[in-house]
Design a protein around this ligand. Structure first.
Ligand SMILES: NC(=O)c1ccc[n+]([C@@H]2O[C@H](COP(=O)([O-])OP(=O)(O)OC[C@H]3O[C@@H](n4cnc5c(N)ncnc54)[C@H](OP(=O)(O)O)[C@@H]3O)[C@@H](O)[C@H]2O)c1
Length: 302
């Protein structure tokens, strides 16, 4: 697909860089090259990942190999500070300058507001975005972990159309789907945890990026091979055999099968897992397979 306002093609799998700070320089170089070789050209950062160290380590690779930049779609996030969230104009502008410096690039393809700052003044966010756009520092904008009204409020002031909403979504974290299947049902799956964010984003053409697509809980561990999810793993393994792929690739293909969900942000630090997971971009599960996986994760439909 075309990468939002950037004019670049961008892959439906994004490499999340939250866990790369502990990697050796050469290992990180191999990971990045494996992504590009397997058709993954999008990279997700945040100013706070290991206090900026993740961006800095990635930036060292770009400093050494600047020709890689043109092949990449780089997004970063701002707005989370110690013990608070901050969408003030100064914070946004300073944060982007910091990310650009650490990443050794003069622009971000996409800037994402990381978590809602309920004390924000949307006029200030709009001013900051206008400056970033005019100076060429940021090409497109998005949000993360936001509900419908928070997006509406921001969009009312921002000149650019918000391009993405990055949300937690995996086979073991399906709140935005559960509420859709259980409208008007009295029990827990029917609770509107997200206020219909899936349909809202689809209606508005805001692409959903799924974060932690292979994790359960709040990034507690992967459900792949976990004793907590025997039925799910059995189903994933069977489909992996059918599609000549790994169970991880099937779990990512399951996410990408959901209309409106445009990208999965994976966080592996292993090049061989990148190769395996990249196959998900060419797997289209049938509707029946999709539902079977949803149910085998412990969900039900009324
Ligand atoms: N917007 C937000 O609020 C937010 C919050 C959290 C994360 N994120 C973004 O989402 C990205 C992905 O998050 P995540 O790292 O939790 O994603 P993930 O892809 O769900 O999990 C990756 C983790 O699972 C491990 N893993 C174990 N078995 C695996 C297998 N068979 N295949 C693949 N991975 C396996 C990986 O270890 P190995 O490295 O050993 O493979 C790695 O530690 C982050 O990097 C960040 O960019 C955004």
């Amino acid at each position: 697909m075309t990468g939002y306002g950037s004019g670049k093609k961008v892959s439906s799998i994004v490499l999340g860089c939250m866990r790369i700070a502990q990697m050796e320089h050469d290992q990180l170089g191999q990971l990045i090259h494996r992504c590009l070789e397997t058709g993954i050209n999008a990279f997700d950062h945040a100013d706070i990942y290991r206090g900026g160290q993740s961006e800095a380590n990635f930036g060292k690779i770009l400093e050494e190999q600047p020709a890689l930049r043109n092949q990449m779609f780089i997004q970063s996030k701002c707005g989370i500070c110690r013990g608070m969230y901050d969408f003030s104009k100064n914070h946004i502008l300073e944060s982007v300058d910091g990310s650009l410096k650490r990443l050794h690039t003069d622009y971000l393809d996409l800037l994402i507001l990381h978590r809602p700052d309920l004390l924000m003044e949307p006029e200030e966010v709009a001013e900051a975005f206008d400056i970033l756009k005019k100076t060429g520092k940021v090409r497109s904008f998005g949000v993360s972990n936001m509900n419908m009204m928070q997006i509406e409020l921001l969009q009312n002031y921002i000149n650019d159309k918000l391009a993405v909403n990055q949300l937690q979504l995996s086979l073991a974290h399906t709140l935005m789907l559960d509420e859709g299947f259980n409208v008007n049902m009295p029990d827990v799956p029917g609770q509107m945890h997200t206020g219909g964010i899936l349909d809202y984003c689809r209606l508005k053409g805001i692409g959903i990026q799924s974060w932690s697509p292979l994790q359960y809980g709040f990034i507690e561990g992967t459900f792949l091979g976990s004793e907590k999810y025997p039925e799910l793993n059995a189903r994933l393994d069977a489909l992996a055999e059918k599609y000549n792929a790994t169970s991880g690739a099937i779990a990512i293909a399951w996410i990408l099968r959901i209309p409106g969900v445009v990208q999965a942000v994976i966080g592996t630090t292993k090049p061989d897992r990148i190769t395996e997971l990249s196959k998900a971009m060419n797997i289209k599960l049938t509707k029946k397979e999709w539902y079977e996986l949803y149910l085998s994760a412990g969900n039900r439909i009324p």
